[in-house]
Design a protein around this ligand. Structure first.
Ligand SMILES: Cc1cc2nc3c(=O)[nH]c(=O)nc-3n(C[C@H](O)[C@H](O)[C@H](O)COP(=O)(O)OP(=O)(O)OC[C@H]3O[C@@H](n4cnc5c(N)ncnc54)[C@H](O)[C@@H]3O)c2cc1C
Length: 595
């Protein structure tokens, strides 16, 4: 997963990510924000220190079930978190307009547009409420398996195998029925999308995609697999799931939006869903009350259902403290490009909150943050990493998310990727993990075609790295303690020559001595993109209450929906945040339309 790499705009001499929505390009550059990252991480660490500790309020002599309940409350001190308290219902006297429809979809991004289109195709009248000024999207990787393109290129994945690997990854805390559904239906959902775009162009990774175009290009990173890559020798299973819609998802999603409008979908932009309508928190969800930019309240009566496609909550620090404390304080708003019509980040967990207020169950933790790195100058390739102390800290050869997680736990959330003059030939024996590079191209165009590919260019690498003819000089360039750095290199080189990594067990054929000048090094850090956990749903995307009973008339998809991820984001199958938003958005729309 990555941010689009369209060029950042220069503001007062500094590079800043572009953060507009809709037709404006929605871009945030992971690569250009290293300095901002450092400040933010430092600020984040301070904030983390003030996360309140839960009060323990246990009563003696309670019956066993009651005692269990009290204990769980002690761990989850709801009272500290104001957002959990339902606001007073908006009275009818304040409603300026009532709209009656079959299905209301809240959110018009990937999951919401998929839900709206599916419900419209099922014959329902659909209204979509969106707090931004236009449709919302970011980036390009869609994780699906066995779509028509895969069949065409021979990229066939066994659903049973990938679901087992994913469930292992999450230690069984996710909903196996949902993953089976994704494995068996994500390819068809992607085909369904592309059926609206018959003129799409399937291109290779070395195809220079224009940055300004209305065409839709599709490419499959790391496909075909690089010749030296042998899956059987990999420690981490990696599946080729990501299908990139280029130059980003915008052109393709605009086509879905246009189709929804053509089918009669009614979109209200710059409109905030505020409260779900479920009198006394019993029975059906009957609709939603929204508010437009002028402050007018609009009541939407949904005869068949409401679908929450409101995205995640990473931008609400209190929600992160409560539900995803592992990344509390690590949020940065530069990486997430989308704002509502008031300029506030869209990822404020509105759907999660509105759902909980009317009795929906938030899934238990550990919730799953996507705290990502796209790596150093050579991506997440398995070159030597050192931390700010000049010390090595991990087996660098992994699936990409492990790369990020280990860096997140280092001082200052910071590492440096180190390599020498032989890096070009060493690229060829890398794996195909998320963010890995397998080849270098002489074409300067490759690096500017949008998204990243498994191919890099010399210009791109050198722009991200410091260079020196001596190791001591490189340490100074990177601001690392020279003695510690030299000691690390000495030890690493000894192990490389011996063909055995006795410190972290990296496989010998990816263990290269750093000894041929010039020497290179560049920074790599992490950024919290989203939190991919949400409300408990059943296999029909129907939101459930605390007793796991479906709440009639309420559905969720995308990051408002739970059951998909736990504690982690599985990069064995890259792009599945989008892939599940598409697949379950479609399912939620179909189910809501049934009423
Ligand atoms: C920089 C970046 C790059 C990424 N790259 C990838 C990638 O390549 N592959 C991948 O799988 N994942 C990627 N992700 C994660 C992925 O984008 C999201 O997890 C996914 O798109 C979530 O989709 P969604 O439809 O649930 O939510 P969103 O895309 O967040 O959409 C939610 C929508 O609901 C609207 N909304 C919210 N509350 C309200 C309200 N109260 N009223 C009205 N409207 C409301 C929002 O405005 C928004 O339009 C990336 C994330 C980031 C930040």
């Amino acid at each position: 997963m990555k941010a689009s790499n369209k060029k950042a705009v220069s503001v007062k001499g500094k590079k800043k990510p572009v953060v507009a929505v809709g037709r404006k390009k929605q871009t945030a550059s992971l690569k250009t924000a290293a300095t901002k990252r450092k400040q933010i991480v430092a600020a984040g660490r301070k904030k983390q220190a003030v996360v309140a500790r839960p009060k323990v309020v246990a009563k003696k002599k309670q019956a066993a079930p009651a005692r269990r309940k009290a204990a769980s409350k002690a761990v989850q001190p709801q009272a500290q978190f104001d957002f959990l308290k339902a606001p007073a219902p908006i009275p009818d006297s304040k409603i300026s307009k009532t709209i009656r429809t079959d299905v209301v979809v809240i959110g018009s991004a990937l999951s919401g547009l998929s839900a709206a289109r599916a419900a419209l195709e099922a014959g329902a009248k659909v209204a979509v409420i969106e707090k931004s000024t236009d449709i919302v999207y970011r980036s390009s990787d869609i994780g699906v398996i066995n779509c028509l393109i895969d069949k065409q290129i021979g990229n066939i994945v066994d659903p049973a195998e990938i679901v087992t690997v994913i469930q292992d990854y999450y230690h069984g805390r996710t909903n196996g029925e949902l993953w089976r559904y994704w494995a068996e239906n994500s390819g068809a959902a992607f085909d369904w999308w592309l059926s609206l775009i018959p003129g799409y162009k399937l291109v290779g990774e070395d195809f220079p995609i224009p940055s300004e175009t209305t065409e839709v290009y599709v490419r499959v990173p790391h496909w075909p697999h690089p010749a030296p890559y042998e899956p059987a020798k990999e420690h981490y299973k990696i599946y080729t799931t990501a299908h990139q819609l280029m130059p980003d998802m915008g052109n393709a999603l605009r086509i879905v939006y246009n189709k929804c409008v053509e089918m009669g979908g009614k979109f209200a932009f710059s409109t905030w869903a505020r409260q779900l309508i479920r009198p006394n928190n019993k029975g059906r969800v009957r609709g939603v009350i929204a508010q437009d930019k002028a402050g007018n309240y609009i009541k939407y009566i949904a005869r068949k259902g409401v679908v929450l496609c409101t995205g995640d909550y990473a931008g609400d620090p209190r929600m992160v403290e409560r539900f995803c404390p592992a990344v509390a304080g690590l949020y940065t708003d530069w990486i997430f490009p989308n704002k509502d019509a008031d300029g506030v980040t869209t990822q404020t967990g509105d759907g999660h909150k509105m759902g909980m207020w009317i009795g929906a169950q938030m899934e238990r933790g550990p919730h799953a943050p996507v705290n990502h790195s796209i790596g150093g100058p050579l991506g997440t390739d398995s070159f030597l990493l050192v931390n700010v102390r000049g010390e090595r800290f991990m087996n660098e050869d992994n699936d990409g998310q492990i790369f990020s997680n280990a860096i997140e736990r280092q001082p200052k959330n910071q590492a440096f990727q180190i390599f020498d003059a032989k890096w070009k030939e060493q690229l060829e024996c890398q794996g195909i993990s998320h963010g890995m590079r397998n080849a270098v191209s002489s074409s300067a165009q490759i690096g500017v075609t949008g998204g990243w590919t498994s191919i890099t260019t010399e210009e791109e690498v050198l722009a991200a790295a410091k260079t020196s003819d001596t190791l001591e000089g490189l340490a100074k360039e990177l601001g690392l303690p020279v003695d510690a750095f030299l000691a690390t290199i000495k030890r690493y080189n000894e192990m490389a020559h011996a063909g055995k990594d006795t410190d972290f067990y990296k496989r010998p054929d990816r263990l290269f001595p750093v000894e041929t000048p010039p020497f290179y090094g560049g920074p790599t850090s992490t950024a919290l993109l989203v939190v991919t956990s949400g409300l408990v749903v059943n296999a029909r995307c129907n939101v459930c209450d605390d007793n796991f009973e479906p709440i009639p008339g309420l559905y969720a998809a995308g990051n408002a929906m739970g059951g998909r991820f736990s504690g982690e984001y599985a990069l064995a199958a890259a792009g599945v945040s989008h892939g599940t938003a598409l697949t379950f958005g479609r399912l939620a729309g179909q189910e809501a339309a049934k009423g």
